[in-house]
Design a protein around this ligand. Structure first.
Ligand code: NAP
Length: 321
């Protein structure tokens, strides 16, 4: 029997014909405009926008919520768990692309690529700045990864094997000696101690109650004045006012952000006026190859969820409920 009998609510456009086709080929996709008409038939929500308790409770046949992302902080997993609705996500397939963005921001920040591009294009440029425009050495420096999980490990591999960097990391729990050996990284149990040691600090931990604003005034002060801060995790981990002050007051040298809170930042946000920051619009996993794999995984989660089978990747909150 055709799987198109399954009505799946897609709560925001995919904005890419090829990706949309992947879903359209398999399910009957319901858009927000058609939600009222099909509400009672919807068995799955395919997520790229927030899913709140009200939406979950308003879908009587809902069995599974399938995020096209590894982070699921935008889904009310507590309500889903209470109602026996499974929540799936897409780990692993986006690790390389996201680690690449971390390295892109790190290299671009260290070597002042955005500023350099402006100088090279500026109509008033008649000579290049030479020794007045120096960046920071990446090779042989120290990187601190906060959140040495799937993505953090890929960043560590790139940093240690590709750039001879010394890698230290901070998690709640130390990894096994074998895992540490694989990623060539040393554990630092106290976050502020890691911050003091590093030339580069990269956030790669999930957005949780525990990690909310984990980088604040005290943490930016703990970093080296030449330190470069990169966030590819979630904006909620960072106090953006504190980051602004740190960049303005020379507490740190540069920041590179793929994520902010909110997204996008308000157009009059002071961070947008700083020259020592590079911000990109949450493009960590944004390659066609990776997004295609993410949609495939999201489809696999929906298929399993509607049939009552174990999801390919289920979030712990509903798996252990
Ligand atoms: P993961 O494999 O679960 O790794 C997360 C790591 O963070 C774990 O090693 C965990 O170790 C650590 N951690 C959790 N809570 C912590 C805390 N309070 N303090 C310090 N470390 C903590 O997740 P992942 O797949 O690598 O993804 C990480 C996050 O990246 C996602 O949750 C998502 O928000 C973000 N992300 C962003 C993009 C993007 O486009 N920018 C793309 C993909 C993912 P312990 O449990 O030992 O603490």
């Amino acid at each position: 029997m055709s799987t198109r009998k399954y009505y799946v609510y897609l709560n925001g456009p995919l904005d890419c014909e090829g990706l949309q086709k992947q879903l359209d080929d398999v399910f009957t996709i319901v858009t927000p405009e058609a939600l009222e008409e099909h509400r009672s038939k919807i068995v799955a929500v395919c997520v790229n926008n927030p899913v709140n308790s009200e939406l979950i409770q308003s879908l009587p046949s809902l069995k599974v919520i399938s995020c096209i992302s590894v982070g699921y902080d935008h889904v009310d997993v507590q309500t889903a768990a209470k109602l026996g609705i499974r929540v799936g996500h897409t780990p692993y397939v986006l690790d390389d692309a996201t680690a690449d963005i971390a390295m892109t921001l790190l290299l671009g920040s260290a070597r002042r690529i955005i500023e350099g591009d402006k100088i090279a294009r500026d109509p008033s440029t008649v000579s290049f700045p030479g020794n007045k425009f120096l960046g920071q050495e990446v090779s042989g420096s120290t990187i601190g990864i906060v959140g040495m999980g799937r993505i953090g490990s890929k960043i560590a591999k790139r940093a240690s094997k590709g750039f001879d960097m010394k890698v230290v990391y901070h998690n709640r729990r130390q990894k096994s000696a074998e895992e540490e050996h694989t990623v060539c990284a040393t554990y630092v149990p106290v976050l502020n101690e890691l911050l003091q040691q590093c030339d580069f600090v990269v956030l790669a931990a999930p957005s949780t109650k525990e990690t909310y604003r984990m980088m604040g005034r005290e943490q930016f002060k703990a970093m080296k004045k030449t330190g470069i801060f990169i966030n590819i995790a979630r904006g909620a981990l960072v106090d953006h006012d504190a980051l602004m002050e740190a960049l303005r007051d020379g507490e740190i040298a540069h920041a590179g952000l793929d994520v902010t809170d909110p997204e996008p930042l308000p157009r009059d946000h002071p961070l947008l006026t700083m020259t020592n920051i590079t911000i990109v619009p949450h493009i960590g996993s944004a390659t066609y190859t990776t997004r295609k794999k993410m949609v495939e995984t999201a489809i696999g989660n929906i298929m399993a969820g509607v049939k009552g089978e174990p999801l390919l990747y289920e979030v712990p909150e509903t798996k252990n409920a």
